[in-house]
Design a protein around this ligand. Sequence first.
Ligand code: BGP
Length: 484
Amino acid sequence: MFNNQLPKDFLWGGAVAAHQIEGAWQSDGKGLSIADVLTAGSNKKPRRITDGVLENEYYPNHEAIDFYNRYPEDIALLKELGLKAFRTSIAWSRIFPNGDEKEPNEAGLAYYDQLFDCLIKNNIEPIITLSHFEMPYHLAKEYGGFRDKRVIDFFVNYAEVVIKRYQHKVKYWMTFNEINNQADGTHELHAWTNSGILVQPDENPEEVIYQAGLNELIASAKAIIKAREINPDLKMGCMMAYVPVYPGSSEPNDQMAALKVMERRFFYSDIHVRGEIPSYAIKKWHKKGYKIDYSQAELEALKEGTVDYIGFSYYMSNAVTTVDDRSNRLDGYSVNDYPNAKIVNNPYLKSNDWGWQIDSIGLRYILNVVYQRYNKPLFIVENGFGAYDQVEADGSIQDDYRVSYLQAHIEQMQLAILEDGVEVLGYTPWGVIDIVSFGSGEMEKRYGFIHVDKDNQGNGTLRRSKKSSFSWYQQIIKQNGVEA
Ligand code: BGP
């Protein structure tokens, strides 16, 4: 397969998020964000959401890797790597510290002007997420996050300010990072980071999450409508976490269970792309007696504010079974959608140290499934291999495991493009430079081509150094793909 058939303007890049890279959690007028009250966790211990910032707690996102102050040095390294695109997010609480102010914080706006100018000067296209788990804490605390429809307007106001400000520097935008996580996570982390909600003991978590998720989808649609009024040349995308679900056996109930588990994830992109609430959701809400509130005007906004492309993350695949109780995992509400459905490990696949099952063919599979479902351009804005990298005595890091993961996934992406006819705008591997893990808060769950000297307890010099994968990816970009 010849890699030189990939489009010449294919956007080879790298991805990060403000709360995981910037640090400077209180600089230049920035308000507290919902990420600033997440403690450190570990591979085995989930992160906790604290009520405000507590004394003698360690919050890994407060300093992260200090990109806020070091971005010129880091962007010089990304330029050397050969990136054509760099995905990051704007920290909402740098622009509106509490979220419900009328006027923005000019120092926050000025920072992102400088960051985008630096990227553009280095011929790197900024790919921007409006909210990557970074809602202002005040909106979560005082309004209950997206359970309150006023937060829709606060988000749209924020989106309008930044899209107007940066419309000539940023062409590709996405609204909410991995908006569908909240549908699948039983733990409160996803409901908190997606929607800023803490489910109360007397509430039905699924009903609250569906309402908050729908309000977020309405906010996305209204922001996209505004963006098109500002500048019709902008490319407005959604951002999904696609984890394909295979049937655990050929027993027909396993196939139906897989369809139903995927349906819960597709609920979000079905609305982002098709602009209407799917009939399976209306039926489910009615059957379960859920009171999901939406108006005719909001339905019209959903219809008008659909996306131009679908950004998504891909890391792993799952399997689901109904035939036996092999499962020891209680993964999310999705398994409630079909009798006896349980998420199980796939015996044909290996896992990384966090139990994420490695499946490069799953990327080609999901590219085909999503493209056939929506017929919209796709953008792989996250893919990567988290690992405890080893620094050798000579200071080098031989991350061949990361190269083989990425090589295999790029091969499958190229098959989807060159043989299956899927339209893919670009590929921005996650954590292009080592940053704070979202799920565990660990600094040592590393994804980068560039190592950062900092450990899980926050100790280190923050020195940057190239891993062996740096020169490998540099070559992939130069030759526009992998030879397979
Ligand atoms: C996705 C998030 C990213 C990133 C990635 C890796 O869910 O969009 O923010 O963190 O997962 O996850 P982790 O950092 O937990 O390894």
